[in-house]
Design a protein around this ligand. Structure first.
Ligand code: AMP
Length: 397
């Protein structure tokens, strides 16, 4: 079964065509900078690799370009569009409604629309992707896979904020959690690797956005992002945890308006605010050259992660493995070292040499006698969406 995976963002569409259940990636690519005269179209199969710069005005045009490349007589990978039987969509926010992958119907689309207010930067674009895919691939079944769904298993004591009850009951203000598709994939891969389905794992997803999940026996029991993807760890441009009184101080005493405060905390903070760089590679390069602010920012970043490890060990009453994933987690031996140093009391012993080695795929970076395993597990959200879509469609066929 050929499944097209779509991840539709504000100005981009990422896609992969995956054969299931063999998991072969037949083609992958992206359309970037939609809306500009210099949009980029990437398309890659075993035989063809192309990157073109051209005007792509709308998401619809972008998806049409992808569709025509897929069936192109020379460059294409399928004979006709109707060979694509399923389209799996990443949808960021499923609110309290969606706790599993869901076949898209008009009702489901309306529900996703109702959640625009909770994820204004993501859900409208995800919804548009669904709508366009229905139009361009009318023969295919559409499946929505939600980033929040994995965290629905969190107990209420972890989900609720200590604010008046009405905000939870009437307005659904609670921890939703994000990056769930990645955390689910990575924690399952870890359990398979450890050959331990009953296990206590801390997944540390460090990419453009950063989050941690405490996973017991495959279920999310606590998570660092909250009502929106803003709190918890220090990220590229987001502050993570702060005292919310700072917002009032910025507005009432320093005279900023709320829009500016929102921008400051989401776009100008995190590693960017501390160092002037949002990409961790630049921060590390600056620290290596002796930049003290960059070194301190790395230390603060690692320290926040350590504190969450401590909290989640307490929450789970134990720990089998900590797992690093995503762009930073998979590539930055420097940050991993800073996180895992001085954690002996927790049974976390890093093998410093193994940590420095570049290894593809899942690998351990702990010492042989370390009670807690430290793993690097490459994430693969597209494959997770393909798996969940395949399972759902196979069940209802
Ligand atoms: P992701 O969101 O998973 O694609 O991660 C993107 C982020 O990973 C980038 O913004 C970089 O900060 C970080 N990154 C990628 N490669 C490296 C590397 N070799 N060393 C440190 N950080 C990296």
């Amino acid at each position: 079964m050929k499944i097209l995976i779509l991840n539709s963002g504000s100005s981009s569409i990422k896609y992969q065509l995956i054969n299931m259940p063999s998991e072969d990636v037949l083609c992958k690519g992206l359309v970037e900078r939609i809306g500009s005269k210099e949009a980029i179209l990437q398309y890659k199969t075993d035989m063809v690799s192309l990157e073109e710069t051209q005007e792509i005005k709308t998401h619809k045009q972008g998806l049409q370009k992808i569709a025509s490349l897929l069936v192109d007589p020379k460059k294409g990978i399928v004979g006709e569009a109707n060979e694509i039987q399923v389209i799996g969509h990443r949808v960021v926010h499923g609110g309290t409604t969606f706790s599993a992958p869901t076949l898209v119907t008009p009702f489901v689309k309306d529900k996703i629309k109702e959640l625009f207010a909770l994820a204004p930067l993501h859900n409208p674009h995800n919804w548009e992707g669904l709508d366009l895919a229905e139009e361009i691939f009318p023969q295919a079944k559409q499946v929505a896979v939600f980033d929040t769904a994995f965290h629905q298993t969190m107990p209420v004591k972890a989900k609720k904020y200590a604010i008046p009850e009405q905000f939870f009951e009437e307005h659904n203000i609670q921890v939703y959690g994000f990056h769930g598709i990645s955390h689910q994939y990575v924690s399952r891969k870890t359990m398979e690797h450890l050959k331990k389905p009953k296990s206590k794992i801390i997944c540390i997803h460090l990419g453009n956005g950063c989050s941690m999940t405490a996973v017991v026996d495959g279920l999310s029991v606590d998570h660092s992002l909250g009502f929106t993807p803003a709190n918890g760890l220090i990220m590229g441009t987001r502050s993570g945890d702060i005292d919310h009184s700072i917002v009032f101080y910025l507005v009432e005493t320093l005279g900023y308006d709320l829009k500016e405060v929102n921008r400051i905390l989401l776009k100008d903070s995190g590693m960017m605010g501390l160092t002037g760089f949002n990409d961790l590679r630049d921060v590390q390069a600056a620290a290596e050259k002796g930049d003290k602010a960059a070194d301190l920012a790395l230390e603060m970043n690692a320290y926040r992660i350590k504190k969450y490890i401590g909290a989640y060990v307490a929450a789970m009453n134990g720990l089998d493995a900590i797992v690093f994933t995503a762009g930073i987690g998979e590539n930055s031996s420097e940050l991993r070292k800073r996180v895992c140093t001085g954690m002996d009391y927790m049974g976390i012993h890093l093998d410093v040499l193994a940590n420095e080695k570049r290894v593809a795929g899942i690998h351990g970076i702990h010492t042989p006698d370390s009670p807690v395993k430290i793993l690097v597990v490459p994430t693969n959200e597209e494959l997770e969406i393909a798996k969940q879509s395949f399972q759902l469609v196979s069940l209802i066929r």
